[in-house]
Design a binder for this molecule. Structure first.
Ligand code: TXA
Ligand code: MG
Length: 349
């Protein structure tokens, strides 16, 4: 399949009438899949009402079909069309954070969306992305758009059009290049169907931000250890993984350097994931600065690109520093733990 590419400047005002967006929207109406930028990561979109269209997402990504998709909308009217009811806490969170990197789980209305979107569940995940290209595309198509991250299943999510191209060229009908995404990690997924809001996947909106709006918020306890069955089906899969095995090292820099030294003595090519503050401190085969530790949002923004850069560098193993789990650090550590298959080593006191 030939993959069409459209380049769009997200800064222009009349996006809704630009030919690139109209063509891409037409592809969606024809039940083809199109990758597009959001404020978190690139998404792989298809008509959420069509089995045929949604099936193409699973095929292009190589995604297990028991892992449901997020439905992207551009207006509150579209929400009423697909959900059975809107709980009070969900309404408060929507008012505070939509459009934005927050996905909310609702009971679904029957018979509206393809069953393949929800993978047989009676709930549906919905979000309104805060990105002019995504919003214009959804409005122009006039459809709810099912969209997972636009990577091959298991790979780090794409934060540039080039990442999408590398993974999916020839497997999808089109790709809108709207530049780099902003947040860099996926949306926070929350379940508002119970009495206490629960985070099923940490992401761009932090636990602290949610608590300011709805009070107490819980985090799905299985996320910390990788053990047990997470409530969000996708969280059980190995994910975000670079090609080389990744180890998270929780200790001081001297201890980490000694560890690297020992591995290099065994003849291994070692990569190090650190931040701008410490990049000069390590001696290894490849040392990459992933944002600034002082500002965790910059670490989130660079994380997936850094993991993909290690793939291109041909290292045999990667060691990464760990990050505090406050704010967006919770999402960063969740993704790093999954990318590392929970290989976490702590320095002895
Ligand atoms: O930022 C994002 O959320 C990106 C952009 C493209 O919007 N999308 C994204 O989609 O990350 P995906 O498919 O990679 O992740 C969706 C997550 C999965 O962990 C899935 O299991 C969960 O949401 N999910 C979807 N529907 C659900 C439901 N009804 N109940 C619980 N979890 C659900
Ligand atoms: Mg994903």
């Amino acid at each position: 399949m030939k993959t069409f590419q459209w380049i769009v400047d997200k800064g222009v005002d009349n996006l809704g009438t630009c030919p690139q967006i109209s063509q891409a929207a037409h592809f969606l109406q024809q039940n083809e899949v199109v990758a597009f930028p959001t404020e978190t990561v690139y998404g792989l979109g298809a008509n959420a009402k069509s089995d045929e269209a949604v099936q193409k997402i699973y095929e292009a990504k190589g995604r297990p079909s028991d892992n449901p998709l997020i439905v992207h909308i551009a207006s509150k009217d579209q929400l009423e069309e697909i959900v059975a009811d809107i709980p009070k806490q969900a309404q408060q969170l929507m008012d505070a954070f939509w459009p934005g990197p927050l996905t909310i789980i609702f009971y679904k209305k029957d018979g509206v969306l393809s069953e393949k979107v929800t993978a047989g569940l009676n709930t549906v995940a919905v979000r309104m992305p805060d990105h002019p290209v995504a919003l214009s595309l959804i409005r122009c198509a006039g459809l709810p758009i099912a969209a997972p991250s636009a990577n091959r299943s298991g790979k780090p999510s794409p934060t540039t059009a080039k990442h999408v191209w590398n993974d999916l060229n020839g497997r999808i009908a089109g790709l809108i290049d709207g530049g780099e995404t902003g947040v860099g990690v996926e949306s926070t997924v929350v379940d508002c169907t119970g009495s206490v809001v629960q985070i099923l996947r940490p992401g761009g909106i932090t636990k602290e931000q949610l608590e300011e709006v709805v009070g107490k918020v819980e985090v799905d306890p299985t996320l910390k250890t990788g053990m047990g069955t997470p409530k969000s089906p996708g969280m059980k899969y190995a994910h975000y993984a670079p090609d080389a095995p990744l180890f998270l090292l929780d200790g001081d820099r001297e201890w980490i350097q000694q560890w690297i030294h020992d591995k290099r003595n065994e003849g291994l090519k070692v990569g190090v994931l650190t931040t701008e503050e410490h990049v000069a401190d390590y001696k290894a085969d490849v040392v990459l600065a992933c944002g600034q530790r002082e500002d965790l949002a910059t670490v989130a923004a660079s994380l997936y690109d850094t993991l993909r850069t290690f793939d291109e560098s041909g290292v045999d193993m990667i060691v990464s520093e760990v990050f505090p789990t406050e704010g967006v650090g919770l999402a960063i550590m969740n993704r790093l733990l999954k990318a590392a298959s929970y290989q976490y080593l702590k320095q002895e006191e």
